[in-house]
Design a protein around this ligand. Sequence first.
Ligand SMILES: Cc1cc2nc3c(=O)[nH]c(=O)nc-3n(C[C@H](O)[C@H](O)[C@H](O)COP(=O)(O)O)c2cc1C
Length: 208
Amino acid sequence: MKTYKTDGDFADNYKFLIGSILPRPIAVISTLNIDGSNNLAPFSFFTAISAQPMIIAFCPMIRSSDGEMKDTVKNILREKEFVLNFCTEDNYEKINLTSTELSYGEDEFKFSGLTPIDSQLIKSKRLKESPIHFECVFRDMLCYGKTPGSGSLITGEVKLVHIDESIMKDGKIVTDLFKPVGRGTGNDWFKTDGRFQLERLTKSQIQK
Ligand SMILES: Cc1cc2nc3c(=O)[nH]c(=O)nc-3n(C[C@H](O)[C@H](O)[C@H](O)COP(=O)(O)O)c2cc1C
């Protein structure tokens, strides 16, 4: 087994992270730019945190090209809100385009051919091509550095959940209808059709 220290270049550590922690779900975060235009970007360092209050988290890093905070972060710190949209087999190619580094204020919805629709509680737009939307109010931000590759953790409290009824059955989201897509290492992406079932057993069932 080869052992590595993590005090070197961020790019090496980044490869260890994306090669080890996978498949990763993809948060597609929509925010409002200062001029009222829209911003959209995908983040695969992303997870659920709490059910009540309903909290999610994602992790934007400092941009390696110019050492600045990403546009998503600037917008969330100013507007205190964002929409979490989801990446599926029907939208992933366009979602990939939204990760292009555009000048601040350039609208990734327009750039990638995606459609913004109004939210109910907040000003940030929802992504029409996503079958699920979470309207979120900013909760916390933890920053782990100011240099390229340094990450941060942003949490949001989900105030409203919108779900396309066509992906639901008996009040639950059906994975085969939702068709979420995830991220791997390098240029790898994942579909979620290679699933298997495994029952979670109680101690008494195991000891029978
Ligand atoms: C599928 C995918 C997942 C990504 N995940 C992250 C991530 O977790 N953290 C991050 O900082 N950048 C991530 N990126 C890169 C950002 O999307 C990219 O830097 C984008 O330009 C940020 O946009 P913004 O400046 O409008 O916020 C990812 C890109 C792709 C295609």
